[in-house]
Design a protein around this ligand. Structure first.
Ligand code: CP
Ligand code: NVA
Length: 310
């Protein structure tokens, strides 16, 4: 398989074929898990999971996923590792490579993850950086396919902060040929270099990327409405100023009115009800947020198996 031994740092690094290899394999693994069939593809393997930030879904889905694949997962809080006391990332990478079969890392700096991958001789998986959240975006597209089928000609609208989540969604929508519109306040736009990559990929796949600052214009005729917190991990100090800047950048019943009548609503979670999304919408019939959360498990199992299995 083409993905064996590779890192999973950014969806932009993947070919369209590799993206579908992961999605197709996730579908098979999900069916096996539901049927109670053994799928111990990583028997005897160990994944190290380095966390510099909090997590519910990422930690538990990687750990449970690794167990279901017959392997073992180690939770490594950066506070307890020597990395937290200044041991260089490049040394940590080479040491962990002598013990483990793969590393998943959640941290602040994307460059740190790239350095870890450069020095590690085993696959490194990005479990979220300030720049990207590729595992989540893969699970989101898997979920969108489950609910909507073929994504070409469909439109995903993201409303809110131009953060790691929108960056990875731009990457994947452009690759799979889904149209994407984004509405953020002008000072909180997605990363310019990533928009450029997405626009270039969208030219190849035949999709359209539109960056706006009007949530209603962005949501028009959308098949998927997506949002994420206004203040990501590490930005908690900006909560008050962001609350003002993001007023109106909310998925609520008025936004739903301009999207397609059968649109689905997504959120990577955790959600702040009353800020980026209203309680009635996240609890309402359009919401698929718990399917998304579940699919983290299946998609990450596929990623780990394709990268790490013999
Ligand atoms: N969506 C997501 O990554 O959730 P956690 O922060 O709980 O891992
Ligand atoms: N953008 C959010 C995603 C959390 C899963 C953050 O980085 O905190």
């Amino acid at each position: 398989m083409g993905l064996k031994g590779k890192d999973f740092l950014s969806i932009h690094d993947l070919s369209v074929d590799e993206i579908y290899q992961i999605l197709d394999f996730a579908k098979i693994l999900k069916a096996k898990q539901k049927a109670g069939e053994q799928h111990q593809l990583l028997k005897g393997k160990t994944l190290g999971m380095i966390f510099q930030k909090s997590s519910t879904r990422t930690r538990v889905s990687f750990e449970a996923g690794m167990w279901q694949l017959g392997g073992n997962a180690l939770f490594l809080s950066a506070n307890d590792l020597q990395i937290g006391r200044g041991e260089p990332v490049k040394d940590t990478a080479r040491v962990l490579s002598r013990y483990l079969d793969g590393i998943m890392i959640r941290t602040f700096s994307h460059l740190e993850v790239e350095e870890l991958a450069q020095y590690a001789s085993i696959p490194v998986i990005n479990g979220l950086t300030d720049l990207l959240h590729p595992c989540q975006a893969m699970a989101d597209i898997f979920t969108a396919i489950e609910h909507k089928g073929e994504l070409k000609g469909r439109k995903l609208c993201y409303i809110g902060d131009g953060n790691n989540m929108v960056n990875s969604l731009l990457h994947i929508c452009a690759k799979v040929g889904m149209d994407m519109s984004v509405a953020t306040p002008p000072n909180y736009a997605p990363d310019a270099a990533i928009v450029e990559q997405a626009v270039a990929d969208a030219k190849v796949s035949g999709s359209k990327i539109t960056i706006l600052d009007d949530p209603f214009a962005a949501a028009k005729d959308a098949d998927v409405l997506y949002t994420d917190v206004w203040a990501s991990m590490g930005k908690e100090g900006e909560q008050a100023i962001r609350k003002q800047a993001f007023a109106g950048f909310q998925i609520n019943s008025s936004i739903l009115q301009v999207a397609k009548p059968d649109s689905i609503v997504m959120h990577c979670l955790p959600a702040h009800r009353g800020e980026e999304i209203t309680d009635d919408v996240i609890e309402g019939p359009h919401s698929v947020v718990f399917d998304e959360a579940e699919n983290r498990l299946h998609v990450q199992k596929a990623i780990m198996a394709l990268l790490m299995a013999d």
